[in-house]
Design a protein around this ligand. Structure first.
Ligand code: MSP
Length: 667
């Protein structure tokens, strides 16, 4: 019977456009799915978007759109990007789709019928950014995950009896493959051992979510809704026979791949929900580390994201795929830089597999009229040829073992050491010199050397296919072997390259990238980070004076005065200064990181002559939160800090005499 294989990415929040952090997980899953297909497994690869909850509702509000309209736009960005990258997902689930909403309600109902959901009152702190109930926190406390200030929630909720699952969960974790890597498994075990409290699984203070069945005043907690995508997408809760069949076939998932920050949701809540519903739990949850850029986690709120499109435009999808899987040790954090990307691209792709393919195939074209030669009689063989064959055999095994344990980087290292061995072999055997001679021994030696090189190239190409699908498909065609997708990986062995195969047209698959590639990508990112790129004067530090709009919706009062509606357009909020530092070579400017409740903003302000940076940390200030970003001295400034601007004097920051919560709006 054919083996089935079901793999999922997290479904991504639509409060931000995709960046290479999201691409990282998606690429890793895509690679695994592609390899499984080549191994003959009936594979299902799922990704999608997470569109409900307070965070999305607020993001939509800030963008002046309805949540649905906002989610439609952002979800399409993810879907289109994956298409452009050739991601091979079999489905794309959106949590606002009817099929999902209905099935989530069914899941909720099932757990409630089984007696694991009850009504109660929740009073406590909530982090909107992580959509997380923060146990034990007091009003004003920061979220332990992201450091943002939590909000106080007091509302009637539905609760899930998580406390009933402590022992059952610990039993699941006794299987070492259930949570990987081990560090994450240990963290989860100690968290669960320390005791589990029942978990609120509905909200009633806002409405952007799936209504609780039979009690629509409540919406289902966004994490309950989101986690359920893994079963709703493949047919759980459907009345259709086809969908039920699919669910029976694919569930439980073989791998949920996630970033390390959402381990608790996947390893504690999710299996507990499933157990409560009487469903099997996933076979494995695999957590990877974070992609760092400029030394911190790449994320929208830090403003340090790198867009995938930039890399696609300059180097192509294969370059990004290879880099991320080769450079980052899976499970650990890894840094991204354009320099490192281009370096890897040149050394491993252009000079590595790309060069091996062009030189080997070009020589076969030149010396054997484009037909794979016979490694004729035994006399033309030597020990070096056997070493390559042996290395290739070992690599097939080693690559498979490492890859199937998610050790992508080591697996690629192993495949590339085969490429390096062949490069060395070619240099040692000098086929170009052999090709200049006409005697029979030289011809047959040349045939052996080129056959051996081409066969090793074929094996490296098959192994690398799931990681660099585009380039390997091209190499395959150039080798005259047809469609690489049809290769059965289980049968891969040395010596299968058919003699006499007629090569196709040969051209470089990875042209070398020159130094300007780094600058071009950096430039493209800088341009993207700000709608208008301008090297402007330091931010004007002044009390806000909104200008009447050119075409006001409401009638404007006379004498240049503005209406209350005009004023309401300016979003003034209380912010807390987390970081303050001088900007090199700019006497007046400070770079601030300011928490505004929902996110931490970078703002540049011309107040360096009035305030020493260290005196500002922990101070509450007023900021204009909906000002279009702009660039100052190479930094993006995302808002404006409000101060009295004194003629000829130093600016004085607006502040409060009473304590005010961070994020509060001034109106
Ligand atoms: N919507 C939830 C997940 C629900 S799953 C049932 C969520 N969404 S998210 O948009 O914040 O995406 C988080 C995931 O994106 C991470 O778990 C990881 O897979 C990926 N990454 C986002 N930024 C990343 C990095 N900087 N580095 C590595 N992965 C990153 O959480």
């Amino acid at each position: 019977m054919t083996k089935k294989f079901y793999i999922t990415t997290p479904i991504y929040y639509v409060n931000a456009r995709p960046h290479i952090g999201h691409a990282y997980t998606t690429i890793a899953c895509d690679t695994v799915a592609r390899r499984q297909r080549m191994l003959g497994a009936d594979t299902f690869f799922l990704t999608g978007t997470d569109e409900h909850g307070l965070k999305i509702e607020r993001a939509a509000q800030d963008a002046g759109k309805t949540p649905q309209h906002y989610a439609d736009e952002l979800s399409a960005k993810f879907r289109n990007l994956w298409k452009r990258m050739g991601i091979s997902n079999d489905d794309f689930i959106r949590t606002t789709e009817e099929r999902h909403e209905k099935r989530v309600q069914e899941f909720f109902r099932q757990i409630r019928d089984n007696g694991y959901i009850y009504k109660g009152t929740y009073t406590g702190q909530y982090c909107v950014s992580d959509e997380l109930y923060v146990d034990g926190a007091k009003p004003g406390d920061p979220c332990p995950e992201c450091g943002r200030i939590t909000e106080t929630v007091h509302e009637e909720n539905y609760f899930f009896k998580l406390s009933a699952f402590q022992d059952k969960l610990l039993e699941l974790y006794s299987n070492p493959d259930f949570i990987r890597p081990e560090t994450r498994r240990n963290e989860v075990i100690s968290f669960v051992k320390s005791g589990l409290r029942d978990q609120s699984i509905s909200r009633s203070a806002f409405s952007w979510g799936i209504p609780v069945p039979d009690d629509p005043k409540h919406v289902i907690y966004v994490w309950f809704d989101a986690l359920a995508n893994y079963i709703t997408a493949i047919g759980y809760g459907s009345k259709h026979a086809g969908a039920q069949e699919a669910f029976k076939k694919y569930w439980p998932a073989d791998v949920h791949m996630i970033g390390k920050e959402i381990v608790r949701f996947h390893c504690v809540y999710w299996p507990a929900f499933l157990l409560a519903a009487g469903l099997p739990v996933p076979k494995a949850i695999v957590a990877h580390g974070w992609l760092l850029f400029e030394e911190s986690k790449m994320s929208k709120s830090r403003g340090n994201i790198v867009r995938t499109e930039t890399i696609l435009d300059v180097l192509g999808a294969d370059a990004l795929r290879y880099f991320l899987l080769r450079e980052v040790v899976f499970g650990q954090d890894g840094s991204f830089s354009f320099d490192a990307l281009v370096q890897r691209y040149n050394s491993d792709l252009a000079n590595g597999i790309g060069n091996l393919a062009s030189r080997t195939l070009a020589m076969i074209k030149r010396y054997f009229k484009g037909e794979v030669p016979y490694p004729s009689h035994a006399a033309s063989r030597n020990a070096g040829d056997d070493v390559i064959a042996e290395t290739a055999r070992r690599t097939i095994k080693e690559f498979g073992t490492l890859f199937d344990q998610f050790q992508f980087s080591r697996a690629l290292e192993s495949a590339w050491s085969l490429i390096a061995a062949v490069d060395k072999y070619i240099v040692e055997n000098e086929p170009w010199s052999l090709g200049e001679r006409q005697d029979e021994d030289s011809r047959s030696r040349l045939a052996t050397v080129l056959y051996t090189s081409a066969e090793a190239l074929r094996i490296a190409t098959v192994l690398a296919h799931p990681v660099i699908p585009e380039a390997t498909a091209k190499i395959w065609e150039q080798m005259g072997l047809g469609d690489i997708k049809k290769v059965a990986l289980n049968d891969l062995a040395w010596g299968q390259l058919p003699l006499g195969t007629k090569l196709g047209d040969v051209s470089p698959v990875f042209p070398r990238a020159d130094k300007s590639a780094v600058e071009r990508m950096q430039q493209m990112e800088d341009n993207q980070r700000v709608p208008v790129v301008e090297e402007a004067k330091p931010a004007p530090v002044t009390a806000v004076e909104p200008k009447p709009t050119a075409a006001p919706a409401a009638p404007v009062a006379l004498d240049g005065k503005i209406t209350i509606d005009d004023f309401a357009k300016v979003e003034l909020r209380v912010g807390l200064v987390k970081v303050a530092e001088r900007v090199p070579k700019a006497d007046k400017l400070l770079r601030l990181e300011i928490d505004i409740g929902t996110e931490v903003r970078q703002i540049l302000a011309g107040i360096a002559e009035a305030y020493a940076p260290e005196t500002l940390i922990g101070r509450k200030v007023v900021i204009v939160a909906n000002l279009a970003p702009r660039k100052l001295r190479g930094f993006e400034s995302n808002g404006m800090i409000v101060a009295a601007s004194l003629e000829g004097g130093k600016p004085v920051l607006a502040s409060f005499l009473e304590d005010v919560p961070v994020g509060a709006r001034l109106k």
